[in-house]
Design a protein around this ligand. Structure first.
Ligand SMILES: N[C@@H](Cc1ccccc1)C(=O)O
Length: 468
């Protein structure tokens, strides 16, 4: 039996006119390091003859490379003089490698020296040695004439002549090719035909052909996984638009129009105004703002449009139409905030906000709900820290423990203030929270640059695995 590489060598030789090739040529079809041993294996099996030969390998030395670039000094001298005689002292002062140039130019009969003057015998010149140097550097074949200059170039230290051992392989016979079969049949066994065939071995390690299947973007997959967790906990999904009135993004959430709380995060302004249809709600929001924040609330500001800066705006919308019924909803969506984009910041990202309105809901229930959500997403250990949000009281920040990273801040939560629920006519207790999903996805999926979450590089996306 012949190995794959042995067959490659035989095929290579077969294609050659005189059925032979040097080992150096074979490195184009098999690894160079294997050529010698394979050649002798094939020789032992009687397929090829092997002859060892010494082959000259000529390379330029460092100086040779320099001379190739700058020209040989004697040539340069002739070309410098341009056919005019000059005083030796004068030329010596300005000409590079003057002594070498002078002695070679003299030796080659390119100049005469008389009474301290150099007299050129040619007005321009390129040495044949230079031409040979050029041929060597571009691996051109050397003529017999060219080869006469090799000794001189070597003694001038411009080239190095190395002798390498090479093998000349000549094909002696071609392997007999038996047709291959991949399985035996009763007939083949019965009539002994199977001996005529080569039985092909199964290559159990061969990889199947790569067929790139369409799949979801891994970040989308992550977001849907989170969605599934929320649904499995009995929450209903709600949605609202990216373009939002400040009323829902801020006012209903008790963020005063003239209060720094409003600038907790900047937002992108959108031209135009929205319409506030529920004047009863508007009136009550105005009242509560003016009562507690002590300023004159402006409906026009509330009607201004922004790209929502938090999905808590969706929560506000749900609240405004909830008619004091029990509710368990969540929303997942994009929010927008001006920022300098880098590996950890984008101007748009995803949040998950949730809202529970229940007769007997309380702070403890809120915390256990959050624990259940985080546990569903895969974060088993959470802890809470007191925090401030304009729309909740008490408020907490939620930290999750991630192996190898420690405690990471992941969400804000709290019981909605009466200043938020009452104008909407909600008298039952309500819990709300907001969770940043991009950072969570990065931590989960080991992604260092947030921009990768939005990558459309097919190669990158193909190679990402998402497992939960
Ligand atoms: N909306 C807040 C998070 C939050 C939502 C709901 C309740 C409390 C906090 C934020 O973006 O930071």
């Amino acid at each position: 039996m012949l190995s794959e590489n042995e067959i490659k060598i035989i095929d290579f030789l077969k294609k050659k006119e005189n059925k032979s090739a040097y080992s150096t040529e074979l490195s184009s079809v098999i690894p160079e390091t294997a050529v010698f041993s394979l050649a002798y294996l094939l020789k032992d099996k009687g397929y090829v003859s092997v002859k060892e030969e010494e082959k000259e390998n000529i390379i330029l030395t460092k100086e040779g490379e320099e001379r190739l670039k700058e020209g040989l000094p004697e040539d340069n001298l002739i070309n410098f003089l341009k056919g005019e005689s000059k005083k030796i002292q004068e030329v010596a002062k300005t000409f590079k490698d003057f002594n070498i140039a002078l002695s070679w130019a003299r030796k080659k009969g390119l100049i005469k020296v008389d009474k301290g003057e150099i007299i050129p015998l040619k007005s321009s010149y390129v040495s044949p040695e230079y031409v040979v140097l050029k041929k060597i550097s571009s691996s051109q074949d050397l003529s017999e004439d060219d080869k006469k200059y090799l000794k001189e170039l070597e003694s001038r230290g411009l080239i190095e002549i190395k002798k390498n051992k090479v093998l000349l392989l000549t094909l002696l016979k071609e392997p007999e090719i038996r047709p291959t079969i991949t399985y035996l049949t009763p007939e083949l066994l019965r009539n002994k035909e199977w001996t005529k065939y080569e039985l092909k071995e199964y290559n159990v390690e061969a990889l199947p052909p790569f067929i790139p299947l369409g799949k979801k973007h891994y970040f989308k997959e992550f977001l849907e996984h989170v969605k599934d967790v929320m649904v499995s906990l009995g929450f209903k999904e709600v949605k609202s638009d990216y373009v939002e009135m400040e009323f829902y993004n801020f006012d209903m959430l008790f963020q005063a129009q003239d209060h720094p709380a409003r600038e907790i995060h900047d937002s992108f302004k959108v031209n135009g105004k929205g319409e506030l249809l529920n004047q009863n709600l508007v009136k009550r929001v105005k009242e509560v703002h003016e009562k507690w924040w002590k300023y004159s609330w402006n409906q026009e500001v509330a009607k201004s449009l922004v790209l929502r800066s938090q999905t808590t705006a969706t929560t506000a919308r749900v609240l405004s139409t909830s008619s004091n019924k029990e509710i368990k909803v969540f929303t997942i969506g994009k929010v927008f905030r001006p920022d300098a984009i880098d590996a950890t910041h984008l101007i748009e990202f995803h949040q998950l906000d949730g809202l529970v309105i229940e007769e007997n809901f309380n702070f403890r229930e809120l915390l256990s709900t959050l624990r259940a959500i985080f546990s569903g997403i895969g974060i088993k250990e959470v802890k809470f820290k007191p925090a401030y949000f304009p729309f909740t009281e008490p408020s907490v920040e939620v930290y999750g423990y991630i192996q190898g990273l420690g405690w990471v801040e992941m969400a804000g939560a709290g019981l909605l203030r009466p200043e938020v629920t009452e104008p909407a006519g909600v008298t039952m207790p309500a819990g709300a929270w907001g969770l940043g999903l991009d950072r969570l996805a990065m931590l989960f999926l080991g992604i260092k640059d947030i921009r990768n979450l939005y990558s459309d590089d097919i190669e990158y996306l193909r190679n990402r695995k998402v497992e939960y």
